[in-house]
Design a protein around this ligand. Structure first.
Ligand code: BTN
Length: 319
């Protein structure tokens, strides 16, 4: 039996187990016990540290399950076809392969963890097991590629509503693809497209949504900027239900892709409008004031040179 397994066995007996007792029974130092507890948390176990008393197992990791997700689905669209994996390099990569092979609109690819989770601008997305949602939905919008930019805004509104519904948290959108809770990032969205043979038409889009759900420990470089729904609210949202709620919201909003009416909610939830920001565009960084989101989902900014709209790129709230 490994030290982790033995620790779990001791915690599973119930109640609060003293750190000293754990150290003694496991034959390791108190510091090593602390590390084992953190590694278990990484794996989705919710473990409470009770000051001066020890550790308590609050709940085991929740498992992703297609039947459980379907139980919460309300519509006939997104999520009708579900693929669930324990581990993928990236759900976006898998979804692109499926889309290129003809998978239906609404097909959802979900992984419990990703070994190469992708973020925008070539960044990686931290995707540990049992702790988050890594979900990509294949969409086949009948629109020009420039209209597809709105899909990210639509997905951000859908994910924000879903997180709010299961946790009660007040979720903000940091244009264009991040969700924030209490000033830190809980979710990122990466939309990728495949062009069709017919010039200027989009054959498919894959919308990848990554949410930090359960209580989790972040690597040092993310600690100041990222958090999870569990860390901020003390709740442990059911990941299966949260996935279904996102799919339900995506379904409900999808019909508005042409009109973009959901952009009103993007504005209301925005944590950048009205603020001084730093725009990061290619290799360039410059200060600006974010003033609005226009009808195409672009961020309207004011600089010394006047008003302009950002199609993509990134804004930082740090000056
Ligand atoms: C970002 O923060 O820049 C975007 C992150 C997008 C992460 C999600 S997780 C599911 C899907 N699969 C990926 O590889 N990336 C997206």
């Amino acid at each position: 039996m490994t030290v982790r397994e033995k620790a779990l066995e001791l915690l599973a007996a119930g109640g609060t187990v003293e750190g000293a007792k754990l150290a003694r029974e496991l034959g390791v130092s108190r510091n090593a016990v602390w590390k084992v507890m953190n590694s278990l948390r990484q794996s989705g176990y919710e473990i409470e540290a009770v000051t001066n008393r020890g550790y308590r197992l609050v709940s085991p990791p929740d498992r992703l399950n297609a039947a459980e997700i379907r139980r919460w689905l309300t519509g006939p669209g997104a999520g009708r076809e579900l693929e669930i994996h324990d581990l993928l390099d990236s759900t976006n990569n898998r979804a692109k392969a499926l889309a290129a092979a003809g998978a239906a609109h609404g097909t959802a690819v979900i992984a419990d963890s990703q070994s190469g989770g992708k973020g925008r601008l070539g960044r990686s997305f931290f995707s540990p097991e049992h702790a988050g949602i890594y979900l990509t939905v294949i969409l086949r919008p009948d629109c020009a590629p420039d209209r597809a930019g709105l899909l990210t805004s639509l997905a951000a509104v859908a994910a924000a509503r879903a997180v709010e519904k299961v946790s009660g948290a007040d979720v903000k959108i940091k244009w264009v693809n991040d969700l924030y809770l209490n000033g830190k990032k809980i979710c990122g969205i990466l939309t990728e497209g495949g062009l069709g043979l017919e010039a200027g038409r989009l054959e498919y889009a894959v919308v990848g949504i990554g949410i930090n759900v359960n209580r989790m420990e972040f690597p040092t470089e993310l600690r100041e900027i990222a958090t999870s729904v569990g860390n901020e609210t003390g709740t442990s949202p059911d990941r299966n239900r949260l996935i279904a709620e996102i799919l339900n919201e995506l379904d409900g909003l999808y019909g508005d892709l042409e009109t973009g009416v959901f952009l009103e909610e993007s504005r209301r939830r925005s944590n950048v409008i009205g603020r001084e920001v730093t725009v990061i565009e290619g290799g360039r960084k410059y200060p600006a004031k974010a003033v609005d989101i226009d009808g195409q989902g672009r961020l309207v900014i004011e600089t010394e040179e006047g008003r302009t709209c950002l199609n993509y790129g990134e804004v930082s709230l740090k000056l």
